[in-house]
Every structure is written in C-alpha cells, then in structure tokens.
Design a protein around this ligand. Structure first.
Ligand SMILES: [Ca+2]
Ligand SMILES: [Ca+2]
Ligand SMILES: [Ca+2]
Length: 341
C-alpha cells in the first residue's frame, strides 16, 4: 500500500512537472535532475588511520614560572597574538603516509572558533626545544617527552607538526579546547581522543583605555545643562574633546563614575554638585544601535555604576553633563573618578 502511495505521488509529480525530452545530439550531462552514483567502502581504512600520539599548546607566558597547571596565554590588549599547537603524529602505513594536519579550536562555551592547518617541524633543534618546553610547562612528563622524541628520532615512525593560530583580545577569556587531527594520503583521519585534545587558558585581563584626561564644559549657562558629548572614536593620546572609553581586555567591565563638586576659584566659595552622564556601548559586532544609558541626576560624592557592561573590543561613547542653577559667575573646577571593575 505504501509503495502504491509513493508511486501515486511520483506519477502526480511527473504530470505536474513539464519535462522537455532530450533532443537528438543534446548533451546528456546537462539537465535539472541528475542521479549521480556514489560508492565507498566502510572498513577499508582499518588499521590505517594516522594517530596523534601527543599534543600540547604554547606558550605558557602568562605563567612564566609554570606554577599553575595548564597553559596560560597572555593577551595583547586591543591586539592579536599567536598561539602554537604542537602535535606528534604516527601512521601504521609509515609516517610518510601523513598528508595533512589541522587543529579545531573551540571557545570556552564549546562553540567552534576556527580550524587551522599545520606544518611539519623538520629542525631537530626545534623539535627538542618544543619537547623540552612541554616538559617545563607540565604538558608532558619527561617520560612522555622521551617516548615522543624516540618515535620521531630513533624509530622514525612519527613526525612533529606545529600549527599557529591567532587569538584576539576581543575574544573572551576562559579555557579554549584544541583538537589535533591528522589526515593520511587516502583521506583517513585520526580519531579525537583525550591524547589528541589539549587546552589553553586565555587569561582574564582587564584593561580600560580612554582618549581624554580632562572634561572642559566651557561656558555654562545657569538653568540649562551643558553637555560634553563623547564619540565612538579612540583618538591617540589623551587630549580628545570627545570622550571615548575602550575595553581593551577580554572580559566585560562595569563602569563607575564619582564626581567631586566643582568649586568656584573666586571668593566666596561656591560649588556645583549636579551632573549626569551617558554611556553608549556598541553591539558585539561593532554596530551601533539605541541611544545608550543615561544616569541623571548624579550628585557629587555619590558614585554611580552603569548597568550596561562595557564589552571588549569596540570603543564606547561617554557623555558628561553639568547643571548649574543658582551659582554666581566664576571659574569652577573639580574632578570625576572613572573606575572599571
Ligand atoms: Ca594511513
Ligand atoms: Ca602554566
Ligand atoms: Ca573620542
């Protein structure tokens, strides 16, 4: 019954679909509907797959004395740097059968980050140095290192490969997983095992940069707010008239402001104590939507914290405002403490 039903549907489709008959001499390799034969043999690779015998990452440069287990990689604030993965690979068909190696790198939340292909390390000096470093950082025991060196050097059954991939301060801190894979000349791929998997820690680093060191409200009119508008552009130096702050680390920052009163320099002493501020943080992809978060009013001496986190990567705009209502004319000065935590 089922077959009949399917047949009926196929017949109906044939009736509904106008199909031009192939004219004499027309190329049969063209057409809108094509059946291509596929073949393959499962099990033909048995015993022939390459095998990752050991893998580790470097450098442990945020932990130079290697007191902390694992690899702690230091970030470059607002910049990029390379991480190196090493793997030692063998193949039952001989190490000459290894055709390609690559790593799959995963973010701390488990999502895929990137794939990068490696190259064979041919220098004995470099091989020895990489193995020695892995022992120093605790990624390999001395016995494991010696066994791998033996497979590469004496037995000549394995090669060492290194894969260099970039890390950016825009990427959040945490433990990144690296799966080392190898492919042989007939396309057989090594299996993912605990031995072919390693990690590194992208060390949490808080960095706040700003492009201004002072805020000049200029002429203030009694009864109306005076705004110093920021922008999204980090100017070089710290003399910008358009305040911008930039999270150059790899973790969200909370931003707190604490205004001091602005005090009149002439006698009698008078103070301005009413301020406000607005923080506008771009989206994670750098696009800018919305109008930002205002805190208004802010009273001098009372710290306030924006609920909007300052996310890494893209510069954010910070506006400062002052309100003077009854103060006499004169020159007023104060300060604001900008804190990130
Ligand atoms: Ca093979
Ligand atoms: Ca370490
Ligand atoms: Ca600016």
């Amino acid at each position: 019954m089922f077959t009949k039903k399917v047949l009926a549907i196929i017949l109906a489709l044939m009736l509904l679909t106008p199909v031009a008959a192939l004219a004499a001499g027309e190329d049969p390799s063209t057409g809108l509907s094509n059946t291509i034969q596929t073949t393959g043999v499962i099990g033909s690779q048995t015993g022939g797959l390459p095998e990752v015998r050991g893998t580790w990452n470097a450098p442990d440069d945020s932990d130079p004395t290697h007191l902390e287990s694992g690899i702690q990689v230091a970030i470059v604030p607002a910049g990029e740097r390379n991480v190196t993965n090493y793997m030692v690979v063998t193949d039952p068909n001989g190490r000459a059968d290894i055709n390609d190696v690559f790593v799959d790198v995963y973010h701390p939340d488990g999502s895929f980050k990137l794939q990068s292909h490696g190259e064979k390390v041919t220098s004995d000096t470099e091989i020895a140095a990489a193995l020695a470093e892995a022992v120093a950082t605790g990624e390999l025991t001395a016995a494991e290192s010696a066994a791998l060196a033996d497979e590469i050097g004496n037995l000549q059954t394995a090669y060492m490969y290194k894969t260099v991939f970039p890390m950016n301060s825009c990427q959040y801190h945490g433990i990144y997983k690296v799966e080392a894979r190898a492919v042989d000349k007939v396309g057989g791929m090594s299996l993912v095992t605990p031995i072919s998997t390693c990690t590194f820690e992208w060390v949490m680093t808080k960095v706040l940069a700003r492009d201004f060191s002072s805020v000049d409200y200029g002429a203030i009119t009694l009864g109306s707010e005076k705004v110093v508008p920021g922008n999204f552009v980090m100017e070089s130096g710290q003399n910008s008239a358009t305040p911008t702050i930039h999270n150059q680390g790899n973790v969200d920052l909370a931003i707190t402001l604490n205004f001091s009163p602005m005090v009149r320099s002439e006698a009698p002493v008078k103070t301005i104590t009413h301020f406000d501020a607005k923080l506008h943080v771009p989206n994670a992809d750098g696009s800018i939507t919305g109008i930002g978060e205002s805190i208004d009013p802010i009273t001098a001496g009372t710290p306030v914290t924006f609920t909007t986190p300052l996310i890494p990567c893209h510069p954010s705009k910070l506006n400062f405002s002052v309100h003077a209502d009854t103060q006499p004319s004169g020159t007023y000065s104060g300060s604001v403490l900008l804190t990130a935590f």
